[in-house]
Ligand binder design. Structure first.
Ligand SMILES: CC(C)(COP(=O)(O)OP(=O)(O)OC[C@H]1O[C@@H](n2cnc3c(N)ncnc32)[C@H](O)[C@@H]1OP(=O)(O)O)[C@@H](O)C(=O)NCCC(=O)NCCS
Length: 189
């Protein structure tokens, strides 16, 4: 399968848990090398993460939306998750909780389609804005969010693998530009 095959975006199912964990682990290792501790990245365990994803995908009380990007032969190459903003902030309502692609599939517009899908889903579920946290050292992620109109509104420090890392919060205060339209590239199942 080459990286130019058409990509479909669809809702994730519990059976996708392992593929999500695989993409997450591979993408973390390529994205965060030199940013997050090498030991932490080496110790990421796909099976353990798959179990967590499976719990989330089967939990009836879960209010998140899980989306997959897959090739024509069903290879999962990316995923994105949206849901209610995690800290109960008075202004920020929706959150893009994760968005990860395999390195070979980056830079082809798939991330934009995933982000638009999550934004439209959040809007449909009455979250009228969308926050995303990105590591300050993830300059590619930041460039992506800024290219799509995100505004930096927050800074905080988090701990990953024993290291303190700076994170920026980016906000889309209006999700209507992302809504489905006749020319929408979205292809929800
Ligand atoms: C960040 C990520 C999801 C972006 O998805 P992508 O498919 O690579 O990005 P796209 O091709 O859809 O780019 C969308 C827009 O962002 C711009 N963009 C993306 N990366 C960019 C970069 N590094 N520098 C400048 N602009 C960039 C593109 O030019 C494009 O602009 P356009 O709409 O005007 O054409 C993807 O690269 C990825 O998975 N990266 C590794 C994991 C990661 O960092 N996730 C975010 C964690 S917070």
């Amino acid at each position: 399968m080459t990286t130019t095959d058409p990509i479909t975006i669809r809702f994730a199912e519990p059976a996708d848990a392992h593929d999500i964990a695989r993409v997450q682990t591979e993408s973390w290792r390529t994205t965060y090398a030199g940013i997050i501790s090498a030991e932490f990245l080496a110790n990421m365990d796909v099976s353990r993460r798959a179990a967590v994803w499976h719990n989330g995908l089967t939990d009836r009380n879960n209010r998140n939306g899980y989306f997959i990007a897959q090739t024509t032969i069903g290879e999962v190459v990316g995923f994105a998750i949206g849901g209610p903003e995690r800290d109960g902030h008075p202004v920020y309502k929706g959150e893009l909780l994760a968005i990860y692609l395999l390195e070979a599939y980056q830079g082809q517009g798939i991330g934009k389609r995933l982000l638009k899908t999550v934004a439209a889903w959040l809007h449909e579920h009455h979250y009228n804005n969308m926050l995303i946290w990105v590591l300050a050292e993830n300059t590619n992620g930041i460039a992506f969010y800024e290219a799509l109109g995100g505004q930096r509104v927050e800074t905080k420090t988090i701990s990953i693998g024993g290291d303190d890392l700076e994170e920026y919060g980016y906000l889309w205060s209006d999700l209507t530009p992302f809504l489905y339209g006749n020319n929408s590239p979205l292809a929800l199942a």
